[in-house]
Write a protein that binds this ligand. Structure first.
Ligand code: ADP
Length: 560
């Protein structure tokens, strides 16, 4: 009920600027110059299986103990030889190790194309791998079971702002159950998806799937019901929550460098643009010992609160799903409460900022086709695309949703929002609240800040050879042992390799991950004796100190 939040909805777009823009799939509208958009540029790309695995590996190289919550992963096809060699070495050193691996196509979802293998030689190399890169990952063989079934947790996380970093976690989530009793993987049961994969979209097709109106039975339950159960068995639920919070913060810290590169490219600092926020779906598996393991991050988690029921063969009906409704409605409602345009305007007015932004040139009417429809709130008849606060315009609530294109947008008075009558927030702030425990991990963020500083032309995501040379010169990293010719060779070698892995051919030049690799390389060269994170930190401090003396582009962030 948007009126309770003092919001009016414009499902077909609006000529005048809106306070909040709600996109269904990804950030895709470059015609928005103010307000807040519910997607970050580049989020979909950043959380793809390969990119996420790479980001996690970089963080694990720096902080092996802190980043041990993501299964060891290899990228196919390029790391197939490495995968084969590492597995052989591990098996040689521990002959009793009988691993299982899970192969997941990049960009896949809903369990699509996933299969389990016992040996690297079982990877299906015919055709699809070349055309469809994938991640092969250690399979967690001993998950926590409830009612003898494997399950995973979907937690909703709000990335409220990138700079400064603000993260909220929903206090409740969903637990999605397999529909066949779990057995540790053997050659005989490897292909049994209802036993090994927890995807709702797969298990819904099992005859054993149970739709339940109750939060603590059936194939989809609330996470809080699982916690109650664990707590009654004597499990340390507080510790589990704190491990989950830590996993979420560390994962977002791993993603922010890439996101910042996309952000400055799509919404350059100093130019009119919206700010962004995003609801992410974290898929987490609990191991038998209650250690949480990150499976993946979804940029566009399903917000459906109903499911299909087959009334008679071929005849389907949408029926409400109370468990989904309980969790998801609260997440969206509280996201909107936290993103409250009124609060933002008050803050901006105090800092002399974006009130003027609201009177910038009107946003052209967006054609309905360019909107991805998302129906999320219970009782909401129309897709929620554009939302506006009652003070910016004040249309009668009855008038707004179905206004014909071109019809009057005359302000009328809106119903005051009974915010006080709303339940307490389900979203809990975890960052900056716990920043002091995690800020030391944000090294790649600082490397990304250097990268962005030297990108040069706005709107790019890749660094040219001149930008790289300028970085080396300004930071005074070249000397008799490391000539500018060697700098060029480093640039060419690393850039060529990353570009040959070929995810993004749109632009030429050095991508952020390649720059990070080059930076680590320089740090290792310069500070040989230290562990990697200290090498990187030392080089960062040196660069930041030398750049402080150079009058250059100031980093102005608008991503908050
Ligand atoms: P998709 O995006 O296709 O759903 P996921 O990475 O979420 O891909 O994997 C699908 C399912 O496979 C998960 O929900 C989980 O049940 C199972 N799974 C994925 N990775 C692992 C793993 N490393 N160990 C154990 N189970 C896994």
């Amino acid at each position: 009920n948007l009126s309770a939040l003092s919001l009016l909805q414009f499902p077909f777009g609006r000529r005048l600027p809106c306070d909040i823009y709600w996109h269904g799939v990804s950030f895709h509208d470059s015609n928005i110059f103010s307000g807040q958009v519910n997607k970050f540029p580049g989020m979909t790309e950043t959380v793809r299986k390969i990119t996420l695995s790479r980001a996690m590996r970089t963080m694990r190289d720096l902080f092996p103990l802190e980043y041990n919550f993501y299964p060891r992963s290899w990228i196919l096809p390029e790391e197939l030889p490495l995968f084969v060699a590492e597995v052989r070495t591990m098996k040689d050193s521990n002959p009793s190790w009988k691993p299982t691996f899970i192969v997941k196509p990049d960009g896949g979802c809903q369990g699509d194309g996933i299969y389990l293998i016992k040996d690297p030689s079982d990877i299906r190399l015919t055709g699809s791998i070349q055309s469809r890169p994938a991640v092969v990952q250690e399979y967690i063989c001993k998950p926590l079971l409830v009612d003898k079934l494997k399950f995973d947790i979907r937690l909703y996380v709000l990335l409220k702002s990138l700079e400064p970093l603000e993260i909220y976690i929903a206090k409740d989530g969903l637990s999605r159950f397999c529909t066949e009793p779990y057995q540790e993987p053997t050659l005989k049961n490897l292909h049994q998806v209802f036993m090994h994969l927890t995807n709702y979209s797969l298990n819904i097709h099992s005859g054993n799937f149970i739709h339940s109106a109750s939060a603590n039975t059936g194939s989809k339950r609330t996470f809080s019901s699982i916690l109650c159960r664990l707590s009654s068995r004597g499990a340390d639920v507080k510790k589990l929550w704190s491990d989950i919070i830590s996993l979420v913060i560390k994962t977002i810290i791993a993603l922010t460098p890439e996101l910042k590169v996309y952000y400055q490219s799509d919404i350059p600092a100093g130019k009119p643009g919206p700010t962004c926020f995003q609801i992410l779906g974290f898929d987490i598996l609990l191991m038998k010992d209650l250690k949480p393991v990150l499976l993946e991050v979804n940029a566009n988690p399903s917000m459906r609160i109903e499911h299909e029921q087959e009334l008679s063969p071929g005849v389907f009906e949408n029926v409400p799903s109370p468990v989904d409704e309980k969790v998801k409605v609260a997440v969206i409602r509280d996201t909107l409460r936290l993103m409250d345009p009124q609060k933002k305007k008050r803050k901006d007015t105090q800092s002399g900022g974006a009130l003027t932004a609201l009177s910038w040139s009107p946003v052209p009417r967006v054609t309905p086709e360019s909107w991805h429809v998302l129906c999320v709130l219970s009782g909401m008849a129309q897709p929620m695309n554009k939302l506006i606060s009652k003070n910016q315009i004040s249309c009668s609530l009855e008038d707004s949703p179905e206004r014909a294109p071109g019809a009057s947008e005359e302000p009328l008075d809106a119903v005051p929002g009974p915010e006080a009558a709303l339940p307490s927030l389900c979203l809990k702030q975890v960052f900056p609240k716990y920043a002091r425990h995690f800020s030391y991990l944000r090294l790649v963020d600082r490397v990304a800040a250097l990268f962005i500083r030297f990108l040069g032309v706005k709107g790019t995501t890749k660094l040219g050879p001149t930008g790289f040379r300028t970085f080396i010169r300004n930071c005074k990293l070249s000397n008799s042992n490391f000539s500018m010719a060697a700098v060029d060779i480093l640039y060419i070698d690393i850039t060529r390799r990353w570009n040959s892995m070929g995810i993004d051919h749109k632009e030429s030049g050095m991508c952020l991950q390649a720059f990070v690799e080059a930076f680590f390389c320089l740090a290792q060269k310069k500070y040989k004796a230290l562990p990697l994170h200290k090498q990187v930190l030392s080089l960062l401090e040196l660069c930041e100190c030398r750049l402080a003396a150079v009058p250059g582009k100031r980093l102005v962030w608008g991503c908050g």
